[in-house]
Design a protein around this ligand. Structure first.
Ligand SMILES: Nc1nc2c(c(=O)[nH]1)N[C@H]1C(S)=C(S)[C@@H](COP(=O)(O)O)O[C@H]1N2
Ligand SMILES: [Mo]
Length: 358
């Protein structure tokens, strides 16, 4: 796996990490007060340069082991039945910077998440038009963005097993929050694989290829695997793990982001989600004493859920923590589980606050 050799680091962030952080904005956590993340506040993860696509000349090609090769305009796609879903997307690297030893990559703390309304056409509607050979097992999605990673030149591409591609909620989206896809989120067309980490949802789609063998592209076969060590063959990153986050209460100090509150009743809130759609409850810990939060309304099978917790804040320093539980009794760990690439860190969220008596 030397194609996947990684540098781990502690402490100061490198200029490369800061540059990636500037190119890939996160969601300001206070925006979790909104059910739907406004377009400009949704996190972004762009591996290479954002491709500028002209919708007049763009087509989606569907090829490979199909009965009919297709070249579909955006208009042709829009003529198919429209499907809409509210979907929480999170980057698999969210939480990477919270590791003691982090991989040098995009240094997310907790902000690589957003919840949007995506609409478009079910992928299976398009695959029904192309048809496929009996031998087809895998579907490859290629974006228009190209670059190098570990010396390998490629277009960003990912695959799904045929069964997942045919799932009624696997979507080819041309709208986000009721508007044409913004350029940074994949204009004119992107895949949305709800419940899975964001990497599956290929942006700037230019082609879909049906194959009878596993796809060996870099972002599929090498990158985006959970690994315990560099030689570990690893397990592919797919469903989003159970997670919860806290809207930082009170007011911040500009530079340190430390939080300041007045004593008395504070309404704490945040969001929780599970890629499997099996969120059961959220617990809030105040200085290590845990109590159950109440849950807000369900926005949909694939959407985050708001939680609320009233806290009677007493003067002093406090640690506020949140952890979600699923219907199988799993809950977020106290410490990150090790991963070579810093993928899938779903440790509980902690915020330190200072409560004033004034
Ligand atoms: N073509 C293309 N698709 C892509 C990416 C990319 O760099 N290129 N990044 C992926 C990753 S890692 C994530 S987390 C999501 C981010 O989607 P967003 O920027 O719309 O939030 O897009 C995925 N799809
Ligand atoms: Mo990602």
């Amino acid at each position: 796996m030397n194609q996947n050799k990684m540098i781990h680091t502690s402490g100061d962030f490198s200029p490369e990490e800061v540059r990636l952080a500037n190119r890939n904005p996160g969601m300001a956590l206070e925006l979790m007060a909104e059910d739907i993340t406004p377009v400009g506040m949704h996190y972004q993860l762009n591996h290479f340069d954002i491709p500028l696509i002209d919708e007049k000349t763009w087509t989606l090609e569907v090829n490979g082991l199909v009965r009919n090769t297709l070249k579909l305009s955006l208009e042709a796609l829009k003529a198919l039945p429209k499907h809409e879903m509210i979907v929480t997307l999170e980057c698999a690297g969210n939480g990477r910077a919270n590791y003691e030893k982090r991989k040098q990559s995009m240094p997310w703390f907790n902000e690589a998440v957003g919840n949007a309304r995506w609409s478009g056409v079910r992928l299976k509607e398009v695959l029904r038009e192309s048809g496929w050979e009996d031998s087809v097992s895998e579907v490859v999605f290629t974006g228009a963005d190209q670059g190098l990673d570990h010396g390998i030149m490629h277009y960003f591409a990912r695959s799904l097993k045929l069964e997942k591609a045919l799932h009624p909620d696997t979507l080819l989206a041309y709208e986000m929050n009721g508007q044409p896809l913004p350029v940074q989120h994949g204009y004119p067309l992107r895949l949305i694989v709800p419940g899975w980490y964001g990497v599956a949802s290929v942006k700037w789609l230019k082609s879909i290829e049906l194959m009878d063998h596993p796809f060996d592209g870099y972002q599929q076969a090498v990158n985006y695997h959970y690994r315990q060590n560099p030689d570990d063959p690893g397990k592919p990153v797919d469903e989003m793990k159970l997670k919860s986050l806290i809207i930082p209460p009170g007011i911040p100090d500009w530079y340190t982001r430390k939080r300041f509150l007045n004593q008395g009743k504070v309404q704490l809130s945040g969001r929780a989600w599970s890629g499997q759609g099996r969120l059961e409850k959220v617990e809030i810990g105040i200085d290590g004493i845990w109590k159950e939060a109440s849950l807000g309304k369900e926005l949909g099978r694939y959407a985050w859920r708001q939680w609320f917790f009233e806290w009677d804040a007493e003067p002093g320093e406090h640690i506020i923590q949140s952890r979600a539980f699923d219907q199988d009794g799993n809950y977020q760990p106290d410490e990150p589980e090790w991963d070579e690439s810093g993928f899938g860190n779903n440790m509980l969220h902690s915020i330190r606050v200072h409560v004033d008596d004034g």
